[in-house]
Write a protein that binds this ligand. Structure first.
Ligand SMILES: Cc1cc2nc3c(=O)[nH]c(=O)nc-3n(C[C@H](O)[C@H](O)[C@H](O)COP(=O)(O)OP(=O)(O)OC[C@H]3O[C@@H](n4cnc5c(N)ncnc54)[C@H](O)[C@@H]3O)c2cc1C
Length: 468
């Protein structure tokens, strides 16, 4: 015994892997998918360890602003919104250019209401429901008053992790998966913490390490034209989950499907949520004109902005839109982000666009909104006439935002190998996976994805651990 302790102290001191620690389920990443999986596995009776490489939990999840999509919810019913699972399925497939895996989408849609109600049962507030691009109906759920969704999701999950006393270790990067050479099963992880490496034996591992949109080297290797693009992602979105899975022979899907978000402030990388357009905002170019259906899918709107002189546009809205969405207050408070004016003349001057052109554009828009027919760009959802002073503009351009591709999973969140066979003991959920969003993710669907598949992965991993 004494010898073992001394050996492990020497191993730790030299940064070598040590054996010994055991868990039923190890979860890689404390973002939304990881914490949802961990809570679910814990509640199913498993001993769970969550490993997070950053100093704090949240990942990209905490950055989410617009909302979480779900259909046929009591929150929609209360607001008189008619929607259906079938319409959410159709919108998701169409938005993803039908590249999505239909079975994964069916599972996403079917469990979307349960995902939102589960978060509410854990103490979250998701009572406001709004439009996002590519959605036929209002189905994007967010806190009352339109506050940002990500902090609410992370707060809800993190409080639950703490209340359940689940072992969450920050600054703990998984650097390798341990695989049984004979069976191919994943049986543990190697973890790096404070320069030292140790091992945890696990009956099942859930990979919830997120995407790689924050790794421009990886992104531009796949799509060279995105080299040097800004990103909306947190610094930990470097694709570790992909690299780990590659080493053990996992299959991948849609790795070249990388989404740019159309409305990002270039210097700071701050993303202006689609919910602002959903609540009425338009896009204006440097000539003071609109140029596209602002609620088109992200790939289409991004391309339209890049075609404008200088490749930028202004997100433009009035006092009425500002009041409709709490998230906007955060932008207003951010130094040098929002250009303002009490009148159209004043805001046009501050934007550096011709005032006459802007006034003509907005007068036409108000007329079109009243008539319910957009004469410029075929926009079908015009929530507000945008004629209530003051006026606001944010200069935006596209930035790398979401990696739709990733590890190939089935509807049980089990990871598949190149032969289409399940890798025993290995589950994945969230942005590290591919197939749910196809060629283009709809706003609000990633939050649905991480909770729905996080829960499925947690359930599956706990059941697998029990059986082995
Ligand atoms: C600015 C912004 C706004 C968004 N808004 C919305 C929105 O309104 N609605 C919507 O549906 N989607 C939105 N998205 C997308 C959505 O938030 C993400 O796709 C989703 O939250 C990803 O969740 P995840 O749990 O898969 O990954 P993450 O939340 O990124 O969590 C992964 C975690 O794994 C950790 N990790 C990585 N590698 C390792 C390793 N080797 N070892 C240990 N830990 C590791 C990371 O540090 C991270 O904490 C937005 C994204 C961004 C960037």
């Amino acid at each position: 015994m004494k010898k073992l302790v001394i050996a492990s102290m020497i191993a730790a001191a030299f940064g070598m892997a040590q054996a010994g620690e055991k868990a039923d389920v190890v979860v890689i990443g404390a973002g939304g998918a990881g914490m949802a999986a961990a809570i679910t596995a814990h509640d199913a009776g498993a001993k769970v360890v969550i490993l997070e490489k950053m100093a704090f939990p949240g990942g990209n999840t905490i950055r989410a602003t617009g909302g979480i999509n779900a259909a046929e919810t009591p929150q929609q019913a209360k607001l008189g919104i008619k929607d259906s699972l079938e319409q959410m399925y159709q919108d998701t497939m169409k938005g993803g250019h039908n590249r999505n895996n239909p079975e994964l989408v069916r599972t996403l849609v079917k469990n979307s209401n349960a995902a939102v109600q589960w978060l509410i049962s854990l103490g979250g507030d998701f009572n406001d429901v709004g439009f996002m691009g590519g959605a036929t109906n209002k189905r994007c759920h967010r806190p009352t008053g339109g506050a940002s969704v990500g902090p609410e999701v992370v707060k809800t999950l993190y409080n639950t992790v703490q209340a359940r006393k689940i072992d969450l270790r920050t600054e703990s990067q998984v650097v390798d998966l341990i695989q049984d050479k004979k069976t191919g099963a994943v049986t543990g992880v190697k973890v790096k913490n404070d320069g030292k490496t140790y091992e945890i034996d696990a009956k099942a591992v859930v990979n919830a390490a997120g995407g790689f949109a924050g790794n421009n080297e990886m992104v531009s290797k796949i799509i060279p034209r995105l080299k040097g693009f800004a990103t909306t992602n947190h610094p930990g979105a470097t694709g570790d989950g992909i690299t780990l899975s590659e080493k053990i022979g996992a299959a991948f899907v849609d790795m070249d499907q990388i989404q740019t978000h159309p409305t990002v402030v270039e210097k700071t990388g701050v993303m202006v949520t689609e919910a602002v357009r959903g609540n009425g905002a338009v896009l204006i170019n440097t000539e003071g004109k609109r140029f596209c259906d602002e609620l088109g899918t992200r790939d289409v709107v991004s391309a339209a902005i890049l075609k404008q002189p200088t490749g930028h546009a202004f997100m433009f809205f009035d006092e009425d839109v500002r009041k409709s969405l709490k998230a906007i207050e955060g932008y207003i408070k951010t130094p040098d982000m929002v250009i303002q004016g009490k009148t159209l003349d004043e805001v046009a001057k501050n934007m550096g666009v011709p005032a006459d052109a802007l006034k003509a554009t907005m007068a036409q828009y108000a007329k079109d909104q009243k008539a319910g027919k957009d004469s410029c760009c075929g926009r079908t959802k015009m929530e507000r006439p945008l004629d209530k002073p003051g006026y606001y503009a944010i200069r935006v351009t596209p930035a790398v935002h979401h990696t739709m591709g990733g590890v190939k999973i089935n509807t049980k969140a089990e990871v598949l190998n190149a032969k289409g066979k399940v890798i025993p003991g290995y589950f994945a959920a969230g942005e590290v996976t591919g197939g749910v969003h196809g060629g283009n993710r709809l706003g609000g669907n990633a939050q649905a994805d991480i909770i729905v598949y996080g829960r499925i992965a947690g359930q599956g991993a706990a059941a697998y651990a029990k059986a082995h």
